[in-house]
Design a protein around this ligand. Structure first.
Ligand SMILES: [Zn+2]
Length: 333
């Protein structure tokens, strides 16, 4: 069959992180066929890294017996700040990229349409299109990782706001004079519920921390303390770690009450590495949100853990590319 008449049934999704990228081959109905994670050598510079993206894309197509004529488009989910419409990464200190025209550079290398969007929006879209948020019309996604990201689906479509800032729930203020956030403000949700904030809050209670099992595991070397070590000990019943996650859940729940009052979503999907703590975090978060939010709205809001784990970003980036270049809106009802 000639390439022009062939149905383009596949989309490439790329999740770009500060130290790695993942490339996934996703069907136009949202099924992940294959995914490959690749560590980046920052010192090589953007051109070499984008060359690697091209290689990984074609290796995946080859392994499935596909060519680029089978692919509708490529979607990339990236941390900010970037210019979504121009397809330019404005600055990434992790990658040492400044004003890199990523969309143009990748398009030239692969000969396919390419679109850029946010990492948290991609993860939110992935959960809405192919994960636990499927079938909802109003959804909020939160990713609790190194930072706290968010995304917003309103009336079955991504909501960006007038300058792409919508959904930055990590910088919602939950304590007016609270901890200092990476953004420079005080009291943001991110300053309490991100992985680094959880570690920071643990270190702010040195007496209790030193009595905990987590402290024994890291042999008193505070640089080895991670949110993962803490939630593993919370799960095993360590009192300090449990209390820390209950408190984190209450901070999260305070933020969720604000989200419920402003967005009134059917479902709030909590993902990212910190969400692996599961109900250690979500049970106190639900209780706190229920205590603070209007009861009628709270009863209509499901607060659930993400279902696609680390693949949400790849799947969502592909879905957003289909939105952009396809003639149908994925998941539209
Ligand atoms: Zn902030």
């Amino acid at each position: 069959m000639p390439a022009s008449g062939r149905q383009r049934k596949w989309i490439i999704g790329i999740d770009l992180g500060g130290s790695h990228f993942s490339v996934g081959l996703v069907s136009t109905s949202g099924a992940l066929q294959s995914v490959q994670r690749h560590r980046v050598a920052v010192a090589d510079g953007p051109a070499a890294i984008i060359d690697q993206m091209r290689e990984v894309i074609f290796a995946q197509l080859d392994s499935q017996g596909l060519t680029r004529t089978d692919v509708l488009a490529v979607g990339i989910g990236s941390p900010g700040p970037f210019d979504r419409k121009a397809g330019v990464i404005i600055e990434s200190y992790n990658l040492q990229w400044f004003d890199v025209p990523l969309v143009k550079m990748l398009r030239e290398r692969v000969g396919m349409d390419v679109v850029l969007d946010g990492d948290a929006i991609s993860a939110t879209y992935g959960e809405w299109w192919a994960g636990v948020g499927r079938g909802s019309r109003h959804m909020v996604g939160l990713t609790l990782g190194t930072g706290v990201g968010g995304g917003l689906i309103i009336n079955g479509a991504v909501y960006y706001g007038c300058s792409d800032l919508a959904g930055h729930f990590g910088h919602m203020i939950i304590e007016a004079n609270g901890r200092v956030c990476s953004c420079g403000n005080q009291g943001c949700l991110e300053a309490y519920a991100s992985a680094s904030a959880i570690v920071g809050r643990a270190l702010e209670k040195p007496k209790e921390l030193r009595r905990s099992q987590a402290w024994k595991e890291i042999a008193g070397e505070s640089h080895r303390l991670t949110a993962k070590v803490l939630y593993q000990w919370a799960r095993r019943g360590d009192g300090f770690a449990r209390a820390l996650f209950e408190e984190t859940g209450r901070y999260l729940g305070t933020g969720l009450a604000g989200i419920i009052h402003t967005v009134n979503p059917e479902i709030i999907v909590v993902g990212g590495a910190v969400a692996k703590a599961g109900n250690l975090l979500l049970t106190p978060a639900r209780q706190e949100a229920g205590r603070r939010a209007f009861k009628s709205a709270f009863r209509r809001t499901r607060i659930v853990r993400a279902s696609l784990a680390e693949n949400a970003g790849v799947i969502g980036a592909a879905g957003l590319a289909q939105c952009h270049f396809g003639n149908q809106r994925p998941g539209a009802m």
